[in-house]
Design a binder for this molecule. Structure first.
Ligand code: AR6
Length: 185
């Protein structure tokens, strides 16, 4: 599904984040920045040891990366030149600031991208795997954050890379709901 927002293309597709040819891809990392499973494991496997080396340097100078924040490294052997490691919230039931932290993870990653002059970026569905954030709710937060990002016009393409047909369907439906809700206002 291709969506046009001003001059920016928002693409919702099924795919593997490690195979994307955008300038940056986003990792669904954890606060340690030392790797893990899911997207994180796949990115470090495909990108090679250089990415972990850079993460270790960041840890040494800046410490852990709290939920809602992100850091940037090179892309190692990936097609993408950069990896933005964003830490989403763990879902504890919804009363631990999870929505706000998920929004920050997307917002700060977009901000990092425009500050680096990056024009094209791919995201996975942050927090909806091991961190168990309900995907319908996450999809709405994600897409609303992208749609209303103040500097969106500086990005040519934002790609949401979903890992299954079902996840893609959830994101497509979330987009339709957002459009309906905002058009009613
Ligand atoms: N490409 C695109 N999406 C993927 C891929 C892939 N190659 N692999 C999995 N997904 P998760 P989280 C989907 O668990 O919930 C790690 O151990 C997956 O189906 O990767 O933010 C970290 O180190 C799901 O829909 O990220 C952290 O400890 C989505 O990506 C923790 O997991 C996110 O799943 C972060 O958990």
């Amino acid at each position: 599904m291709n969506i046009t927002i001003g001059n920016t293309k928002l693409v919702l597709l099924k795919g593997d984040i490690t195979q994307q040819d955008t300038e940056a891809i986003v990792n669904a990392a954890n606060s340690s920045l030392m790797g893990g499973g899911g997207v994180d494991g796949a990115i470090h496997r495909a990108g090679g040891p250089q990415i972990l080396e850079e993460c270790k340097q960041i840890r040494a100078t800046s410490g852990k990366c709290p939920p809602g924040q992100c850091v940037i490294t090179g892309g190692g052997n990936l097609k993408a030149r950069y990896v933005i490691h964003a830490v989403g919230p763990i879902w504890y039931g919804g009363n631990k600031n999870e929505d706000q932290l998920l929004q920050s993870a997307y917002y700060n990653s977009l901000q990092m991208a425009v500050e680096k002059g990056i024009k094209t970026i791919s995201f996975p569905s942050i927090s909806t795997g091991a961190y168990r954030f309900p995907i319908e709710r996450a999809a709405k937060i994600c897409l609303t954050t992208i749609k209303h990002f103040p500097r969106l016009g500086e990005l040519k393409e934002v790609r949401m890379v979903l890992f299954s047909d079902r996840d893609l369907e959830v994101y497509k439906n979330a987009w339709k709901e957002i459009e309906l809700e905002e058009n009613e206002k």
